[in-house]
Design a protein around this ligand. Structure first.
Ligand SMILES: [Zn+2]
Length: 222
């Protein structure tokens, strides 16, 4: 599901994460996470190695009410299922993603669950946008019509959280593939999706694929 026409039929492991950006004035998360129930219902898969959002936040000394801003990469269920738990957050979303999600095409409607995002305190933007000195979002459509990725200045260069559902193979294709990137397996536009993954790869010193399993054991990047 992650790599278009590659790794077909192979079993894979994927992670589903909420990211916290350290060092900004406002307290910012990227995405609001899935739930076990939503994975079972939408994908028919049983998540393992569950770290709750509650325990992740408390390890950082944070509560749900402390979060000021949540940048939503897109509105698929696994990135927004717990959004309503944040009472004080604004939710940054691309205009084209919100419009599509409110009336999704039948071919991909199964990944959009309106009960997870209707009524949120949205801050709607259109295209590349600077959020603060350290953080910007860039438009990366293709996996979904209005997907956005998050660019963060770090001590080791620009880190970009891919807003397209991807693993490391999308950015570093295994041999014998000679293309620079692999298109995400789920997409609404195959060419945009390829170009967006390539854009991230070219802009970033540190690429963070949205679903790569390597982050299960990590507590910070870089
Ligand atoms: Zn996803």
């Amino acid at each position: 599901m992650m790599t278009y026409l590659v790794n077909v039929g192979q079993q894979g492991t994927r992670g589903n994460y909420v990211w916290y950006i350290e060092g900004t004035r406002e307290k910012i998360l990227v995405d609001a996470g899935g739930t076990v129930e939503s994975y079972l219902r939408v994908m028919g898969t049983q998540p393992k190695e569950i770290q709750t959002l509650d325990s992740g936040l408390s390890r950082l000394g944070l509560s749900f009410g402390d979060i000021d801003l949540i940048i939503l990469t897109h509105l698929h269920f696994d990135h927004v299922a717990q959004a309503s738990r944040f009472p004080n957050a604004r939710f940054l979303i691309q205009k084209s993603e919100l419009e599509f999600a409110e009336n999704p095409h039948p071919s991909v409607a199964w990944v959009y669950c309106k009960e997870f995002f209707s009524g949120l305190n949205f801050e709607v933007i259109n295209g590349d946008t600077k959020i603060c000195e350290e953080v910007s979002v860039i438009s990366t459509p293709g996996h979904s019509p209005g997907g956005q990725s998050v660019s963060i200045k770090t001590a080791q260069g620009i880190a970009i959280i891919s807003g397209l559902c991807t693993i490391r193979d999308n950015f570093e294709p295994p041999s014998p593939i000679t293309l620079p990137v692999i298109t995400p397996g789920i997409h609404t536009n195959v060419i945009d999706a390829y170009d967006s993954v390539l854009r991230i790869k070219q802009m970033a010193n540190i690429v963070i694929p949205l679903h790569d399993p390597e982050y299960r054991q990590k507590t910070s990047i870089p």
